[in-house]
Design a protein around this ligand. Structure first.
Ligand SMILES: [Zn+2]
Ligand SMILES: [Zn+2]
Length: 303
């Protein structure tokens, strides 16, 4: 699993940063989270490809969704035929519909606008995409990509030692069924290790530090948290429904995540967010500040 940051600025683009969008790729699936203005050009620049079928919106502030207008038209020019699913907090569908239908051309493929409630999940093979309610005024989500547990490791050497012929019997054991070999019953415990936890990636969206993020991010492999401001603007963060870098780090520490990546920087810090990184690292050392084009790999944990 891998996250590519297509835009890392809050509110408006700067010379060095575009507005918000993150691509998550996992075993051939590509998921987009938010689509700020200019996202399609960032996709070309950073080579994410255009074959994907879902955009998950955290909320419908302009810096998170205006890019969908142009992106859908470009996909239309590419003669796309597959449908596109847009996922947005329930009650905000009409705004997205206006954006999709803006202008005189029609998008030549099906665009499905799905309102969704916090806690409902979008189920996929091997993982779920789960929205959670955050504190940003109005209807705003964070999103978590949560992989299912993986099967335990199959010990091929042991299986051979036990005289189990390679083939369908191995598969049955691996999937938890006992098998019989020459009158002996062999149970999965004999050759299969414990189930291994899947990976979890959490994207906070725009928000104050909040309990919902702490809960869903518990033990996450990667937490992407907004850090619009530094300590110097802590009060402004409260009034505008955003977080400081330090507050993001406190969420990461409380949730015991493996790694924290900060994003969504106010233009005033955008040229050099290193000191936001520094403020966060004082609380949670495994912190990095995102930049446009940054790719973060999320490996399975070492066993
Ligand atoms: Zn924003
Ligand atoms: Zn916002």
């Amino acid at each position: 699993m891998r996250a590519t940051f297509l835009g890392t600025a809050a509110a408006r683009p700067t010379v060095g940063r575009n507005v918000t969008s993150i691509i998550v790729q996992r075993e051939g699936d590509t998921l987009m989270f938010d689509c700020g203005e200019g996202t399609q050009r960032q996709m070309m620049r950073y080579g994410t490809g255009f074959s994907f079928g879902d955009i998950f919106f955290t909320h419908l502030h302009a810096d998170h969704f205006l890019g969908v207008i142009g992106l859908l038209r470009t996909l239309g020019l590419q003669a796309r035929e597959e449908p596109m699913d847009l996922w947005t907090p329930r009650g905000t569908e009409a705004i997205l519909k206006q954006a999709v239908e803006l202008g005189v051309e029609r998008v030549p493929f099906e665009v499905r606008i799905n309102g969704i409630d916090a806690g409902e999940k979008v189920a996929r093979g091997g993982y779920d995409v789960v929205p959670f309610r955050v504190q940003h005024g109005g209807k705003a989500f964070g999103w978590a990509v949560v992989e299912h547990e993986r099967l335990g490791r199959f010990n091929a050497q042991k299986a051979r030692e036990l005289g189990i012929p390679e083939g369908p019997l191995w598969g049955r054991l691996h999937h938890g069924q006992p098998v019989e070999v020459e009158g002996r019953v062999i149970t999965p415990d004999d050759v299969v290790g414990e189930a291994r936890p899947g990976r979890k990636l959490v994207i906070s969206g725009d928000t104050r530090p909040c309990q919902a993020t702490r809960e869903i991010a518990e033990g996450a492999d990667l937490l992407v948290h907004e850090a619009t401001f530094g300590n110097d603007e802590a009060e402004r963060a409260v009034h505008t429904g955003h977080s400081t870098a330090r507050e993001a780090a406190e969420v990461a520490a409380a949730a015991r995540v493996l790694r924290l990546v900060l994003t969504h920087f106010s233009p005033r810090y955008a040229d050099d967010p290193r000191w936001l990184e520094k403020e966060a690292r004082a609380v949670f050392p495994e912190t990095a500040a995102a930049y446009d084009g940054m790719v973060v790999e999320v490996p399975f944990r070492a066993e």
